[in-house]
Design a protein around this ligand. Structure first.
Ligand code: FAD
Length: 315
C-alpha cells in the first residue's frame, strides 16, 4: 500500500495528540508512515506510541544537523523523504510550524498545498476551512504530492497498532537551509491545562470579565479545558498574548468553545467559529456572539459561571 507521511509534532519526544489524529486520517489514504525528527533518546519511546496508534513505519530523522534551526532544514529533509517514498500525501499539523514547513515543502516538490483541512476522505478530497473559517470548501490537490495541514481536533485518534517498523533516515541538510538559527528558546509556561490549540474544550473570557478570570479558570478546570481570551482582555493586560483567540491570535477548533463576556467581533470569530459546539454567556441579549452559538445564556458571567462550575464539580 502507498505510504502516507505524517510529520510528528512533539516536544522532546512527548507526542502531541494531533499527530495521532493525523495517523487516523492517513489510514484513509494509504499506509501511515510517521516522520520523527529527533535523536535516539527521544525516538525509542515515541516509536512505541506511534506504533500503538497505527504507524506502519517510523522514519527517524536524527536531528543533530537540524535541531537549533528554524523550519528550512525540516522541509529539506522531508523533500528527500518524499523523493525516496513517493507518498500518497504528506500530512502535518496546522500550526505555525506545520504550515510553514508545508509551504516550503510544496514549493520544493512542485506540489499542491491544502492548509487548515478539517477532514480528509478516501482519494484525497479534503474539507478545508477558508477565509478565517467563514467558508468550508471541498478541495483536492491536482499537482505533485498532496501536502495537507490538518487542524487539531479534526479526527479521533485510533489506538489500533500498526507494524511500527523503525527506519533511520539520514537527511542531507545544505548550508542554504541553515540560515536562521535559534539562539534561545523559552518553553511555554506550564499551566497544568491542555494546550490551547489542541484542547477538546476551551473556556474563554473577554472584556466582560472586568479582568477577573477566576470564574473562567474555575469552569475551565472543572471541564479539563484550556483557557482562552479575547484581544480586549489581552490588550488590557489581563492575560498573556499566547492566550488570545482570533485573527491575530490562535485558531482553535475544539469540541466545545465557551465564550464568556465576549461580544463576538469578526476578528474573534475568525479564531473559533469552526468549533463543534459553541456556548456563550453574555449579559447583552443583542450581543453578536449569540448569532453563532448552539447554546446561549443571557446573564452575568460572575453569577452564571460559578453556579455552572459548582454543578459540574458535584457530578
Ligand atoms: P467587547 O467587544 O467590549 O465585548 C465585551 C462583551 O462582554 C459585551 O458583549 C458585553 O455585553 C459583555 N459583558 C460585559 N460584562 C459582562 C458580564 N458581567 N457578564 C457577561 N457578559 C458581559 N479580537 C480578538 O478577540 N481576537 C483577535 O485576534 C483580534 N484581532 C484583531 C485584529 C484586528 C486587525 C482588529 C482591528 C481587531 C482585532 N480584534 C481581535 C479585536 C476585536 O475587533 C474586538 O475589539 C474584540 O474581540 C472585543 O473583545 P471582547 O469581545 O472581549 O470585548
Amino acid at each position: 500500500m502507498t505510504e502516507v507521511l505524517v510529520v510528528v509534532d512533539h516536544v522532546d519526544g512527548a507526542i502531541r495528540k494531533p499527530t495521532f489524529e493525523l495517523i487516523a486520517l492517513a489510514k484513509r489514504l494509504g499506509s501511515p508512515s510517521a516522520v520523527f525528527f529527533g535523536g535516539a533518546d527521544a525516538s525509542a519511546a515515541a516509536a512505541e506510541k506511534l506504533k500503538a496508534f497505527g504507524a506502519d513505519k517510523i522514519y527517524v530523522v536524527d536531528d543533530a544537523e537540524i535541531k537549533g534551526y528554524l523550519v528550512a532544514p525540516k522541509a529539506e529533509a522531508l523533500q528527500q523523504l518524499v523523493e525516496k517514498t513517493s507518498p500518497a500525501a504528506v500530512l502535518l499539523v496546522s500550526g505555525y510550524e506545520g504550515k510553514e514547513v508545508a509551504g516550503r515543502l510544496a514549493i520544493k516538490t512542485g506540489s499542491g498545498l491544502i492548509t487548515d483541512a478539517v477532514d480528509v476522505e478516501d482519494g484525497g478530497v479534503t474539507t478545508q476551512s477558508v477565509f478565517a473559517g467563514n467558508y468550508t470548501v471541498k478541495a483536492k490537490v491536482t499537482k505533485g504530492t498532496p501536502i495537507i495541514t490538518v487542524k487539531p481536533n479534526s479526527a479521533t485518534p485510533e489506538e489500533t497498532a500498526g507494524a511500527g517498523e523503525v527506519e533511520q533516515f539520514a537527511a542531507t541538510v545544505s548550508d542554504a537551509a541553515k540560515k536562521a538559527q535559534i539562539v534561545a528558546a523559552q518553553p511555554r509556561q506550564a499551566t497544568g491545562r491542555p494546550e490551547l490549540t489542541e484542547a477538546a474544550i476551551v473556556v474563554s473570557g473577554g472584556r466582560g470579565t472586568g479582568g477577573d478570570f477566576a470564574p473562567i479558570e474555575g469552569l475551565a478546570d472543572a471541564l479539563g479545558a484550556a483557557v482562552g481570551a479575547s484581544r480586549a482582555a489581552v490588550d488590557s493586560g489581563w492575560m498573556p498574548h499566547s492566550f488570545q483567540v482570533g485573527q491575530t491570535g490562535k485558531t482553535v477548533s475544539p469540541q466545545l468553545y465557551v465564550a464568556n463576556g465576549i461580544s463576538g467581533a469578526i476578528q474573534h470569530r475568525a479564531g473559533m467559529q469552526t468549533s463543534k459546539t459553541i456556548v456563550a454567556v453574555n449579559k447583552d441579549e443583542e450581543a453578536p456572539i449569540f448569532e453563532l452559538v448552539d447554546f446561549g445564556v443571557v446573564g452575568d458571567l460572575h453569577a452564571v459561571l460559578p453556579a455552572a462550575t459548582e454543578e459540574i464539580n458535584q457530578r
